[in-house]
Design a protein around this ligand. Structure first.
Ligand SMILES: Cc1cc2nc3c(=O)[nH]c(=O)nc-3n(C[C@H](O)[C@H](O)[C@H](O)COP(=O)(O)O)c2cc1C
Ligand code: SF4
Length: 198
């Protein structure tokens, strides 16, 4: 949203998603300690750097909590995020398992993963992206103003209203009309239930 903080050339972007829980104890080098569990991400990043031109953007969407017994929790996520930042990843998008939380209401319970994203942004220089439950421009701007988080990502609001950003830019800053019902997970081409008139 704020161009002067640009991540880089997004014309070719690659994103990897953390699969922490799947790796627990699978291999000695990749299981056990938080550092070992994050190692595979750093190694994938290094391999991608070897095969891509300088400036190629590599970002990760990573769970701040797997929400599963034995899965990654926030302290482990902070270790992984710091390691990825030190290894030169271009951006870190902070999510969690069950990322599309239901019943989000603007001004009431927005920003499902704000504490984790804020904690990471406080310890890394890499741009941190907040995703999950952002529904209003007011909230998005407050997050950018009050924390070190540098970007906001929207998913369901843009499925509901692909023109949302233009609407906000034109001065109509009413919140997203997405009701977080998650019906778009089950419709053809992930269309919004209300937009396709089912
Ligand atoms: C239909 C649909 C498909 C999705 N597919 C993926 C996916 O493949 N990988 C992923 O990491 N997140 C996926 N997500 C989750 C979103 O990227 C986002 O993290 C989540 O919906 C929370 O953001 P929101 O509240 O702005 O929707 C999907 C979401 C929806 C609604
Ligand atoms: S079906 Fe539409 S209103 Fe429901 S979550 Fe998806 S985008 Fe939002």
């Amino acid at each position: 949203m704020q161009e002067e903080r640009g991540i880089g050339d997004w014309s070719q972007v690659s994103r990897v998603t953390h699969t922490g829980a799947l790796l627990i104890g699978t291999y000695d080098r990749f299981g056990g300690s938080p550092e070992n569990r994050a190692r595979i991400l750093v190694e994938i990043l290094a391999a991608m750097r070897e095969r891509t031109r300088p400036g190629f953007v590599v970002a990760i969407k990573i769970n701040s909590d797997d929400c599963q017994p034995g899965g990654l929790e926030q302290d482990d996520f902070l270790v992984a995020g710091k390691m990825l930042s030190d290894a030169g990843i271009d951006a870190i998008e902070v999510s969690a398992n069950y990322t599309s939380r239901p019943n989000i209401r603007a001004g009431v319970n927005e920003c499902s993963f704000l504490p984790a994203a804020e904690a990471l942004a406080a310890i890394v220089k890499t741009p941190v992206v907040l995703v999950g439950g952002v529904r209003s421009l007011e909230t998005a701007n407050a997050v950018l103003a009050k924390t070190a988080i540098q970007y906001i990502a929207l998913s369901r609001p843009l499925i509901r209203e692909p023109n949302l950003i233009n609407r906000w830019q034109s001065g109509d800053i009413r919140p997203s009309t997405c009701v977080s019902c998650n019906a778009c997970y089950r419709t053809s081409a992930h269309a919004c239930l209300f937009a396709v008139g089912h």
